[in-house]
Design a binder for this molecule. Structure first.
Ligand SMILES: Cc1ncc(COP(=O)(O)O)c(C=O)c1O
Length: 354
């Protein structure tokens, strides 16, 4: 794929101090258009507003998909991506489900890689800092009437981000949603489409009103089996076995989830991908067999879960402290991602920056 480069006259000031998450955008963005059955005009251009028609179909029928990944600067100066092919493949699966055009794996990676190369000086180097990368696609055809659009934009933007938890890894309080559902088999739960998140906000608001930070979703049919958290997959250590929901259509197949399951199996842990009833989880919390629990996702990497709330019943996990296994997984995965530990799995992908 040929990518045109349009230089910016004046570069932005880089932020100083705490970066937070998603607060700053870099100097450039990657843009490509789809019309008449093909992608064209791949370009890296100055970051800025884009124009599209008020009747663009995404605004009515929500054909929009996205990805989330990071670039890391290793201590020896290498610039690393983490398993970018998994994001590329998941993006293809999301786009197929939403009847949107696909971007070939190699083109997706090339777009990300070239933008990261251009923006290499934006990759922050403080402890736990990285460059968050957000590729996304949406329907631009101007039409009213439900059908798959004929034209789309694919854009990649970047944002320097700080450690998700600047004071270190700390447990979060999770609210188990018993009214709203996020996904059902046959729906779009396995995709990363904006609509999934729009539909989840009402539960998030309920959780926050009760003092909880995140929502744990139950399955959409029985409201019984544990699925995933707002933007993370979840894992529970019960009687020395790690339990997590299977990726059979309703949960997002997380890159972090896959990596952690791999590492745990490699360490000899028994891992079960199964439908786990919320009643059994709460029972395990009360009888002490629930040892640790954590969420996995690109943004926070690993998030220990310290408390669960379900219909007024509350379970505290590991005395609301980060468990030993949770910490070990966090240290191992971040060690690989930032290039501090040997990557025996071949997961890191170096972006050559001369
Ligand atoms: C709903 C949902 N589940 C799980 C995840 C974790 O996926 P990953 O590990 O690929 O970031 C995310 C974040 O992308 C998410 O939005």
């Amino acid at each position: 794929m040929e990518i045109r480069f349009e230089k910016r006259e004046v570069l932005k000031e880089k932020p100083t101090g705490a970066l937070g998450f998603g607060k700053y955008e870099t100097d450039y963005m990657f843009v490509m258009d789809y019309d008449d059955g093909k992608w064209h005009d791949a370009r890296i251009v100055p970051y800025g507003p884009i124009e599209f028609d008020p009747a663009s179909m995404v605004l009515h029928y929500a054909q929009e998909t996205f990805e989330g990944m990071k670039a890391y600067k290793a201590k020896d100066g290498r610039v690393l991506l983490f398993r970018p092919e998994m994001n590329a493949r998941r993006f293809i699966n999301s786009n197929k489900r939403l009847s949107m055009p696909i971007i070939e794996e190699k083109d997706f990676i090339q777009a990300v890689e070239e933008l990261v190369r251009v923006e290499k000086d934006w990759i922050p180097t403080g402890e736990g800092e990285s460059l968050y990368i957000r590729p996304y696609m949406f329907a631009t055809e101007k039409a009213i009437g439900v059908h798959p659009a004929n034209s789309y934009k694919f854009i990649v933007i970047c944002s320097p981000v700080g450690a998700y938890y600047p004071e270190g890894v700390n447990p979060v309080k999770i609210y188990v949603e018993d009214e709203y559902v996020r996904a059902t088999v046959g729906g779009t739960g396995f995709t990363k489409c904006g609509g999934n998140y729009a539909g989840s906000l009402a539960a998030q608001v309920k959780a926050e009103e009760l003092g909880y930070t995140q929502v744990l979703w139950l399955d959409g049919v029985h409201r019984k089996y544990v699925e995933e958290v707002g933007s993370m997959n979840v894992m529970f250590e019960v009687d020395n076995t790690i339990i997590t929901a299977p990726t059979d259509g309703t949960v997002l197949p997380g890159v972090t989830r896959d990596s952690i399951l791999h590492i745990l199996r490699d360490w000899g842990y028994k891992v079960e991908e199964k439908h786990f009833a919320i009643d059994d989880l709460m029972k395990a919390g009360h009888d002490g067999s629930l040892q640790e629990a954590w969420g996995t996702g690109t943004a926070a990497v690993i998030s220990p879960i310290g408390e669960l709330y379900f219909k007024g019943d509350i379970v505290t996990i590991n005395d609301f402290k980060t468990g030993e296994l949770t910490q070990k997984i966090y240290d191992t995965l971040t060690g690989i991602q930032w290039g501090d530990l040997e990557d025996k799995y071949g997961w890191t992908y170096e972006v050559k920056v001369d």
